[in-house]
Ligand binder design. Structure first.
Ligand SMILES: [Zn+2]
Ligand SMILES: [Zn+2]
Length: 273
């Protein structure tokens, strides 16, 4: 089993990088990638554990990017994490995340939620404060019952805790990944609340900018979606990837390495590795 999309607490996952590696091993993964949001800080620890457990770790990162003013996620796989161009780009995103957290807290304060940043920081184990952490705080405080409600009431659109993403453009992000020797893969293509026409346009623009692959199989993919994504990928000559986007949240059913099989093995992105 191969799973090329997983998070640790260096971004918004629950487990340490070692914990994620142990779970991947116990789930029967032969190869897996750690792909934290806009940081590679968990990879050293993950590599240490992977060496001990003899499991193949692919160095990865999931980078936020703008396409047509919308936030999308591009996963970089098999990257050289020490590449200076990549790290300079990630640093810009990490800085924006700090500013965003402060702005979100101010917005939530205006909506009557006091000390939002302080309360959220208590849930953060790594250095990065994400929107998921704010959401978990609002659930823990009993203000919302689940993630979906949090985003609807507080964190999306024109809601008080919503802050527009100031990420790098998609072509720049693809370039960072390529400069670091990696392949660029569009994450969870069906999760952006776009029409099919728009998804195809996005894939086509990204492909022109050098995108290498797309996640054809995700944790929630139906058989029909896998066939559809595979077809769109083939039309644009994109390779096929698969990943669970495991975070380990208590309310998330997603598990590492529990994915449907990629139907077309010849197109798998890992064939070149
Ligand atoms: Zn994502
Ligand atoms: Zn992810």
């Amino acid at each position: 089993m191969i799973d090329l999309h997983n998070h640790s607490y260096y971004s918004d996952g629950v487990l340490s990088p070692s914990g994620v590696v142990q779970l991947a091993k116990n789930s029967g993964c032969a190869t897996f990638a750690l792909t934290d949001h806009d940081t590679t800080a968990g990879l050293d620890e993950a590599q240490c554990e992977a060496n001990k457990l003899q499991i193949k770790l692919i160095h990865g990162v999931e980078i936020s990017a703008l396409w047509s003013n919308m936030t999308i996620h591009i996963v970089g796989l098999n990257i050289d994490k020490d590449n200076k161009i990549l790290q300079a780009g990630l640093l810009e995103h990490q800085d924006f995340r700090k500013i965003r957290a402060e702005k979100m807290a101010r917005g939530l304060g205006g909506a009557g939620i006091s000390a939002a940043l302080e309360k959220t920081k208590m849930l953060v184990k790594g250095k990065m404060i994400t929107r998921t952490h704010f959401a978990q705080m609002l659930i823990a405080e009993g203000i919302c019952k689940d993630m979906k409600t949090v985003f609807k009431r507080f964190l999306s659109g024109k809601k008080p805790g919503s802050v527009a993403g100031k990420w790098a453009e998609f072509d720049q992000v693809i370039n960072w990944i390529h400069k670091a020797g990696g392949v660029a893969v569009l994450a969870h293509p069906l999760r952006y609340r776009m029409t099919n026409t728009k998804i195809i346009k996005m894939l086509s623009n990204l492909s022109t900018a050098g995108l290498d692959g797309v996640e054809v199989v995700t944790a929630h993919s139906t058989d029909e979606e896998i066939v559809r994504m595979g077809k769109w990928a083939d039309e644009l000559n994109l390779l096929h990837s698969c990943g669970s986007d495991y975070h380990g949240w208590g309310n998330q059913k997603v598990q590492i390495g529990r994915l449907k099989t990629l139907p077309n093995a010849e197109k798998a992105i890992w064939n070149a590795w």
